[in-house]
Design a protein around this ligand. Structure first.
Ligand SMILES: C[S@@+](CC[C@H](N)C(=O)[O-])C[C@H]1O[C@@H](n2cnc3c(N)ncnc32)[C@H](O)[C@@H]1O
Length: 323
């Protein structure tokens, strides 16, 4: 790492599932069994997600990257120099690299992610590639209040960056709450850059979440492996299968783990029964139209400035300022 690089890690803690055990068990005991998608992301989950991004059926990552490349200079002008970029759900940091390569003398980068080990590794690699940038990874659950660290550099403006359509994992109501947090973090004069997947041909969506190589299935089932390892559960992974359906009316993909047979699973001393074909909802991925998302952003206190969309109308990248 170059000597001028500053990397400081805040809250270097791994999300401890044991602290959330009551919430997790309550979700699995509900009439409609569910678990939050945030538990997908241990180190293996983050790596599997990276493999999903490279799949031929998963158009979202390459489309978003292409849109950012194409409009990078416009984006840099809109953001302005010496920005502090706060990335929510940073993952592999591949998109921030495209952004940093266009921004004018970016000052600080704060990736916020729940997948602690992966976050720190990615931040270290980024810091060594961008020696003039102050890199400050923050391990936090962005759905809960968290404090951004203060540091010695005084950036001129904040840019909240939220790519990958992670916003789609939240209901429209929760997305509004999250956008309000982002407007608060961006502060006066700040802005946000948010990648949002668009409503489209259901066949294309179904293919993207049911890839032929079965990587999305592995990613989905990894949450059960994690429950076994971290909470001493006894899920038999062979007895569950991945399923992703598109609900056109609600405009969302619903990812499930379906029980192949009647079975009883023990988790944290509680017994949970599954009927054959009963399923756990593991993730929603809401799709928007450009106008629908703009309206949501307005309600959260943003002024939409521009939204770039690829030629096929698959994915949108929204730039907006705090009102
Ligand atoms: C869908 S991936 C997107 C990754 C990357 N931003 C991209 O565009 O490819 C979601 C990322 O958000 C992180 N994440 C999910 N829920 C989170 C939460 N509640 N708090 C913090 N990070 C979260 C995951 O660890 C993962 O890195």
């Amino acid at each position: 790492m170059a000597e001028s690089t500053q990397i400081a890690v805040t809250h270097p803690l791994v999300l401890d599932m044991r602290e959330d055990v009551d919430e997790i068990v309550a979700g699995l005991e509900s009439d409609q069994k569910h678990i939050s998608p945030k538990y997908f992301y241990d180190e293996r989950g983050s790596e599997l997600f990276d493999r999903i991004c490279d799949l031929p059926e998963y158009y979202a990552t390459r489309t978003e990257l292409a849109v950012m490349q194409e409009h990078g200079d416009d984006l840099a002008r809109l953001v302005g120099p010496h920005a502090q970029v706060i990335e929510f759900g940073a993952g592999c940091t591949c998109k921030i690299r495209v952004l940093l390569d266009h921004l004018i003398e970016p000052a600080v980068y704060m990736p916020v992610d729940i997948s602690a080990d992966y976050l720190v590794k990615q931040a270290e690699s980024l810091a060594s590639d961008y020696p003039d940038l102050h890199v400050h990874p923050v391990c936090a659950d962005f759905t809960q209040p968290f404090k951004l660290p203060t540091h010695t550099v005084t950036p001129e403006r904040n840019l909240v960056f939220f790519p990958g359509s992670t916003i789609g994992n939240f209901s429209r109501r929760q997305a509004l709450d999250l956008l309000e947090v982002m407007a608060f973090e961006a502060r006066h004069d700040g802005a946000a850059l948010i990648g949002v997947d668009l409503r489209k041909d259901p066949a294309k969506l179904r293919a993207a979440y049911n890839d032929r190589a079965g990587i999305t299935a592995q990613f989905n089932l990894n949450v059960l492996a994690r429950l076994n390892r971290e909470l001493g559960a006894n899920f038999d992974l062979e007895s569950f299968k991945h399923q992703a359906i598109y609900d056109e009316e609600k405009g969302r993909i619903e990812m499930r783990l379906v029980s192949k047979k009647p079975q009883r699973v023990t988790i944290a001393g509680r017994e949970i029964d599954f009927a054959k074909d009963e399923y756990v909802i593991t993730e929603y991925s809401h799709k928007y139209s450009v106008d629908e998302f703009r309206e949501l952003a307005r309600r959260a206190g943003f002024m939409p400035i521009t939204a770039w969309v690829d030629d096929e109308g698959l994915f949108s990248v929204h730039f907006m300022r705090v009102q």
